[in-house]
Design a protein. Structure first.
Length: 215
């Protein structure tokens, strides 16, 4: 802070010294206000840094990958029931069982004796072991063409064409099952519209456009 000027003895000198002191005090007040603003800014920055340091994927919108090595251990949202992992002892197990009405039966007979190598054609059957494989058959969309025949009357010469059957109102269209399955994939299984169309193409060989599925 600048030195305070010497106080003169006359009135004019006193007034000049008073004005000088006022200038010095005003400069000091401005400097104090500037320092206070700087301190407030530094405090705000420190608070913001502390808040950022305390953020993680649990208390903010940050992804778990940003937590770093010091991230908090994940906690299960399941409530503890006291049960041990696995199937309870009193609960019976569930396994696949052989069905008595298979759709297809393929017989596999040995052609030669495993012991001596003799042929077994016409030999007596002494037993059979059953094994079943459950599989979804290959499904491919079928195209049915409807031909509306036009015929000429032999009496009056007028020509009459047959009416199109129900469900064939356009030259090319998809049937109700395709529409139902596409709607199920889109709304029932929450696939996007494009992915629902792609699933129909990959599984059944028919590829409706996104606009056709929406319609």
């Amino acid at each position: 802070m600048p030195d305070v000027p010497d106080v003169p003895g006359d009135a004019a000198g006193l007034r000049a010294a008073n004005a000088r002191l006022r200038e010095l005090l005003a400069g000091r007040d401005a400097k104090v206000a500037e320092l206070r603003a700087l301190v407030a800014d530094l405090q705000a920055q420190a608070a913001e840094l502390a808040a950022r340091a305390g953020q993680n994927s649990k208390n903010s919108s940050r992804p778990p990958s940003s937590d770093g090595p010091g991230r908090p251990a994940p906690k299960s949202l399941r409530t503890k029931t006291g049960r041990r992992p696995g199937r309870p002892k009193e609960q019976p197990g569930v396994t696949m069982e052989l069905t008595g009405h298979p759709d297809h039966v393929l017989r596999h007979a040995p052609s030669a004796c495993r012991n001596c190598g003799a042929g077994l054609e016409g030999a007596r059957e002494t037993g059979v072991e059953r094994r079943q494989v459950t599989e979804i058959p290959l499904v491919k969309a079928e195209v049915t063409e409807h031909q509306m025949i036009e015929m000429e009357c032999p009496c009056c010469g007028d020509r009459t064409k047959a009416d199109a059957p129900q469900g064939a109102g356009a030259p090319v269209q998809y049937g109700p099952r395709v529409a139902a399955l596409g709607t199920y994939l889109w709304h029932g299984q929450f696939l996007s519209r494009d992915r629902a169309c792609a699933a129909l193409a990959e599984m059944f060989g028919c590829a409706p456009s996104a606009g056709a599925l929406a319609a």
